[in-house]
Structures are given as C-alpha cells and as structure tokens.
Design a protein around this ligand. Structure first.
Ligand SMILES: C[S@@+](CC[C@H](N)C(=O)[O-])C[C@H]1O[C@@H](n2cnc3c(N)ncnc32)[C@H](O)[C@@H]1O
Length: 234
C-alpha cells in the first residue's frame, strides 16, 4: 500500500482502532507480557521508541516498565488517542524519517525500539532497520512484531491472497537484522481469539486489517457472506 493511502486508512480507522482490539484485555495483557519479556526493560531507566505505536495500546503497558516511551507514527489521528501520561511522548514521524535522521528525537538514544505490526507498511525494511541501529544505546534491542507469512483468519479468499502478496516473511526481516549487525532471534507465539460472527463481521467492515482498505464495502459484504462464515465454523 502506498504511504499516502496507508496514512489515509489509519486517519479513518483511528476512532475505531481500540474498539476493534479492546474486546480482549487478556490478549493485550498477553502481548504486553511477551513484549516486556523480549525487551528486557529496566523500570524508570529504559528509554523506548515505539515506531508505528498507533493509539499506544502497548506503549501504555511498556511505559510502566520504562522511564519514557516515545510513540512515533505517521498518523496524527492515531497519536491523538494516546492516553495522557507524562511517560508517553507523541511524535508524528515515519520509520523512514527516523532511520534517515530526518526527524529530531527528544533523546540521544534508546534502549529498546519496538516495531509492532508496522514493518509491512515500510517500503524497504532492510534499509530502515539498518538506519535505526544508530538510534540504539549500547546493548539496546530492536523488536519487530509481525504476523507470519500465512494466516488462517476467517477472511475471504481475495483478502487472504492479498495478505500473502504483501506480508514480508519474518525470516527475511530476521535476516536483514542479522546483516545490519544485530544478534537476531526469531520466535513464534500464538494466542487463540474467539469472536461472535457478528463482531468479526463488524471488524471486517471497520477494516481492522489495513489490507481490507483495498476492498470497497460491497466487496467486503460479499466476501464476508461468501467465505468468512464458512471459514469461521468448526
Ligand atoms: C496495525 S497499526 C499498529 C499499531 C500498534 N503498533 C499496535 O500494535 O496496536 C500500524 C500503525 O503503523 C502506522 N504506520 C504506517 N506506516 C508507518 C510508517 N512508515 N512509519 C511509522 N508508522 C507507520 C500506522 O499509522 C498505524 O498506526
């Protein structure tokens, strides 16, 4: 997706983003625990840069274990939904701007950089990841959180095809981090989510995944009716 199209998508989605995910506090807690276990933060000392932070769904949990979390995102509408917390700093900036030093950051380095569900929006992930290295303090970590190359979400066929076409392979991201000079580890975790069909259909209508922005309302309703209900039944 082009960057202007991505930005417009998130500007539209912003007021529904948390609604789509807040149904499962257990999922958010589970994910936050996983992020914390990998980022190895020191409470009140670590500085975190959350790139593509969105509304701060995860930054707010990380902030409890850090001195500050800088939330950088290309969408000001998403950032406007950050909770008010003196440890959260909002910055309208893209991963590319940060990697190329086009944006001034409030600190001279970070102990942890998080990129959660954003790497698929970046045109040249190897270049961006390598550019971000200079923002790390000694011993710092970069954590990229992304979906695998194949998903079995109850989406209609055309949406799943588009996902396969657009999603970078986690292995290729890990290899790029390795080439950039990081000691890299790739792990997979999963958490089962259960929705009522009505709720899931509404999430699809809300375009809870950015790839759904490539389909108009009629295509989504048609796809939901045709494929999703069948796919979601045991
Ligand atoms: C799927 S949301 C993830 C939000 C948050 N990380 C989370 O997991 O809830 C993707 C976010 O990345 C932002 N984004 C898209 N392209 C970006 C880029 N090139 N640089 C920084 N942020 C970007 C979007 O505006 C959106 O807020």
């Amino acid at each position: 997706m082009r960057s202007d199209v991505t930005r417009a998508h998130y500007e539209r989605l912003a007021d529904k983003y948390d609604e789509n995910w807040a149904y499962s506090p257990e999922f958010i807690e589970w994910m936050t625990r996983n992020l914390l276990s990998r980022l190895d933060l020191s409470p009140r000392r670590s500085r975190v840069l959350d790139i593509g932070s969105g509304t701060g769904l995860y930054a707010r949990g990380l902030a409890e274990h850090a001195s500050v979390v800088v939330c950088a995102d290309t969408s000001s509408a998403m950032l406007e939904r950050l909770p008010s917390d003196e440890r959260l700093i909002s910055l309208v900036a893209g991963a590319e701007d940060l990697a190329e030093g086009r944006v001034r950051l409030p600190h001279d380095g970070y102990d942890a950089i998080l990129m959660k569900e954003v790497i698929h929006h970046v045109a040249d992930p190897p270049q961006v990841l390598s550019g971000l290295l200079r923002l790390l303090r000694p011993g710092g970590r970069i954590l990229v959180v992304m979906l695998p190359s194949e998903i079995d979400y109850p989406l209609f066929g055309a949406a799943l095809d588009l996902f396969r076409e657009r999603q970078p392979a986690p292995e290729s991201i890990a290899a790029a981090m390795d080439r950039a000079g990081l000691r890299t580890e790739l792990t997979y975790d999963e958490f089962p989510l259960v929705f009522s069909l009505n709720r899931y259909t509404q999430m699809v209508r809300n375009r809870y995944m950015s790839l759904l922005a490539s389909f108009d309302d009629a295509e989504l309703d048609d796809g939901n009716l045709r494929d999703a209900p069948r796919a979601s039944r045991p």
